[in-house]
Design a protein around this ligand. Structure first.
Ligand SMILES: [Zn+2]
Ligand SMILES: [Zn+2]
Length: 350
């Protein structure tokens, strides 16, 4: 089968012919992939700019961690899943063997594996995963939108970490998929003002406005983020700021418009450390919290939202391509002239 792989610790990805994964082992299922999204982290792995050195010992690896598909085969000792079921999968799961996992905190496991980064992923016709990673989807859910489950749940989790609530003024720095998903999640929670900020990001900011942002700011058009933000909010500071850029400077830009006692959630992956004025942070009693990945409980909520309100998330997807055109999709993602690109490894409509 065709697979989009990272084969060497250097820039680039390659489309290779590889053997199919074979029968699922104990506790595993084989999924025929219907749709798989290109993530910002996939682009970082493509560029090999740092932050993904942990993959080095796992190469070659088939990429792709945001996906949906139908179960093609069920291994021994799997319950609750059957051939033909439409599912998505949580890409990062605990080992289910250590004391932390046994205590009920697989998200804190130190031996976690991530589908599509440290084990073979979904940019291929078939992917073999632990049954524990699978999240069943209602029949009739659009498989292309279901490929958004992972980033939507990451954004939703960040909104929970920031404790966004009804009436909040929210600033989201970074208009990529995670920033967009945070904006969508903030709108679902009743935030009245959601401002999304980008830099030379006309297309992705337009998507942000379609999925819940009340205002967008392109820093290519304004030198002063604080002034533009306060103009949008009628002079009020942010209750919660989200940083989803990975650029250290955005932390200070966010803190500058965050109210006293406000929360800044950082969700970006940073290649460089950030310098922060901690005295100002202390005097303003602000908090900085880290949000990463998602929690199992959020996935079931999102599965229901996708089924019930697909139109709320459809604008996330800019482009659907066959897997053979994957590298073209990556070029668009790198150029940021699209929002989400979704790849279809199998027959279109699979
Ligand atoms: Zn992702
Ligand atoms: Zn564990």
């Amino acid at each position: 089968m065709l697979a989009l792989r990272k084969t060497a610790p250097a820039p680039g990805l390659s489309l290779d012919e590889v053997p199919e994964p074979g029968r699922p082992g104990s506790g595993e299922v084989l999924i025929e992939v219907a749709a798989a999204g290109i993530c910002g982290s996939d682009v970082h792995v493509y560029d090999w700019t740092g932050s993904y050195e942990f993959m080095r010992s796992r190469l070659p690896v088939t990429m792709g961690h945001e996906f949906s598909g139908r179960i093609a085969a069920v291994g021994p000792e799997v319950s609750g899943l059957a051939e033909g079921d439409l599912v998505s999968a949580i890409p990062t799961i605990g080992c289910m063997k250590c004391t932390t996992c046994a205590a009920g905190f697989p998200q804190r496991c130190n031996f976690r594996r991530t589908i599509g980064l440290t084990s073979d992923g979904a940019f291929a016709r078939f992917v073999r995963v632990s049954a524990l990673a699978c999240v069943p989807l209602r029949e009739g859910t659009d498989p292309v939108l279901a490929a958004l489950m992972e980033p939507l749940c990451v954004g939703d989790n960040a909104a929970d970490v920031g404790a966004v609530t009804s009436g909040d003024i929210v600033l989201v720095l970074g208009p990529g998929t995670i920033g967009q998903a945070i904006a969508r999640a903030a709108a679902w929670r009743g935030a009245t003002t959601v401002v999304v900020v980008g830099l030379n990001d006309r297309v992705r900011l337009a998507t942000a406005r379609q999925i819940g942002a009340t205002h967008t700011i392109d820093l290519a058009e304004t030198a002063d983020l604080s002034a533009s933000f306060l103009a949008a909010t009628g002079g009020r500071q942010a209750d919660v700021v989200f940083e989803a850029t990975g650029h250290p400077s955005s932390i200070n830009q966010g803190l500058a418009v965050l109210r006293k006692d406000g929360v800044l959630v950082t969700a970006g992956i940073h290649a460089q450390p950030a310098a922060i004025d901690l005295t100002a942070l202390v005097r303003n009693r602000q908090q900085i919290r880290g949000a990463h990945a998602s929690r199992r409980s959020g996935w079931d909520v999102m599965a229901r939202r996708l089924y019930e309100t697909p139109e709320a998330v459809r604008p996330f997807v800019s482009m659907v391509l066959g897997l053979e055109h994957a590298l073209d999709g990556f070029e668009h993602s790198r150029a940021r002239d699209v929002s989400k690109v979704v790849l279809q490894p199998g027959p279109v409509g699979g």
